[in-house]
Ligand binder design. Structure first.
Ligand SMILES: NC(=O)c1ccc[n+]([C@@H]2O[C@H](COP(=O)([O-])OP(=O)(O)OC[C@H]3O[C@@H](n4cnc5c(N)ncnc54)[C@H](OP(=O)(O)O)[C@@H]3O)[C@@H](O)[C@H]2O)c1
Length: 340
């Protein structure tokens, strides 16, 4: 006996990956429903070797369904996730709507799997921001060994993090640069993204930081340890898929870079590729379609007493979103629902 699973947002970047990953990992599915907005009614999406026709989220009855993976953005989540949860279906949500709610667990299974039991308060579990997910996978084993005090992170985030419209904008602007007849003004992004970088993701806050930067701080504290100080600069780059991060870490205890490599080599969800030679590191195009969070360029930061630098790359649609959500569903299955 398997699960009745709903994927809401099945026509989007993350929803499509959710369907791919459920099939790839042979999640025990008895029945699956692909949902999107009414305008996409009947749109075909793939689930392994099957084709599903999308249904309308607005009229869908969640009664009798076990798990709903949501990837529809905060506004639609606000309308439909409580409906699903009230019908007894456990929601695993990718939007930022519930991430900071103390009654809702925010989970990266490699880091805080035990938080799963908190799902019962609201029947909702939150999935973190893409940049946070990959970073905490890398930080957890270092924190366990040497206690992290402070993290300074700069991100290089791909356009797929801004949904399918973000990918279209990069593609169309890039073409327009070679064929200047077409003018593709910025729409999804605030400035030209093709052949450019933009130091602005999500809205500005009074503090001068952006919401994306604030999310990395708040989510790292909630998932890993509230005592860790984090400061972030989040930048959009003209890469289709795969987020990269330059991470500077200050620890309480000294951790030699070679020991850090050894720890990271063994850490769940991490793949260390760190050869200290040309090409001996991972770049975003190499992580597309992969599950791992790749770590390269591990080295000492000798400007502080106990410091390390590293480079962290992962597929933002996978570990940053769909994979993490499916891992949460697997965890929920193993520890709570126990079917399959
Ligand atoms: N992309 C990432 O790296 C990433 C990482 C972590 C979290 N997330 C979060 O995941 C969510 C989805 O992101 P995405 O990148 O997949 O976006 P996307 O490519 O723009 O897709 C959005 C999906 O949501 C559906 N949708 C939107 N409004 C809806 C409504 N009112 N009713 C029903 N369906 C609706 C869309 O359906 P239609 O096609 O019918 O419009 C589409 O299937 C967002 O909350 C995002 O913040 C994304």
């Amino acid at each position: 006996m398997g699960y009745k699973v709903v994927v809401a947002g099945a026509t989007g970047n993350v929803g499509r990956e959710m369907l791919n990953i459920l099939a790839e990992r042979e999640f025990p599915v008895d029945e699956i429903a692909a949902l999107a907005s009414r305008k996409s009614l009947g749109t075909e999406v793939s689930f392994g070797d099957k084709t599903l026709k999308t249904k309308d989220l607005d009229t869908f009855d969640f009664t009798g369904w076990d798990i709903a993976l949501f990837a529809v953005g905060s506004d639609a989540t606000k309308l439909y996730a409580p409906k699903a949860a009230a019908a007894g279906c456990v929601v695993i949500d990718n939007s930022s709507l519930y991430r900071y709610d103390p009654e809702i667990p925010l989970i990266v299974p490699e880091v805080n799997a035990d938080a799963i039991m908190g799902y019962a308060k609201r029947n909702i579990i939150a999935n973190p921001n893409c940049s946070t997910a990959q970073m905490v996978v890398a930080l957890k084993p270092i924190h366990d060994r040497a206690k992290i005090k402070r993290v300074v992170v700069s991100t290089y985030q791909s356009v797929s993090g801004a949904g399918k419209e973000g990918m279209d904008e990069l593609w169309n602007q890039t073409k327009a640069i070679y064929n200047p007849v077409d003018d593709v003004p910025p729409k999804k992004f605030t400035k030209q993204i093709a052949f450019n970088v933009i130091p602005h993701i999500d809205v500005f806050l009074d503090s001068g930081e952006t919401k994306e930067e604030w999310k990395m701080v708040a989510e790292t504290k909630k998932i890993l340890d509230p005592k860790i100080k984090v400061t972030a600069t989040c930048v959009r780059v003209p890469v289709f898929v795969g987020h990269s991060e330059s991470v500077n870490i200050e620890t309480e205890d000294f951790l030699d870079w070679q020991e850090a490599q050894d720890i990271l080599r063994e850490a769940p969800g991490v793949m260390l590729v760190d050869k200290r030679e040309p090409g001996g590191y991972v770049t975003p195009v190499e992580c597309v379609g992969e599950y791992a969070t790749y770590i390269s360029r591990v080295r000492q930061d000798s400007t502080v007493e106990n410091g390390l630098n590293l480079w962290c790359v992962s597929d933002n649609l996978r570990k940053g979103a769909a994979l993490n959500a499916v891992q949460i569903a697997e965890l929920l299955g193993q520890r709570v629902l126990k079917k399959g």
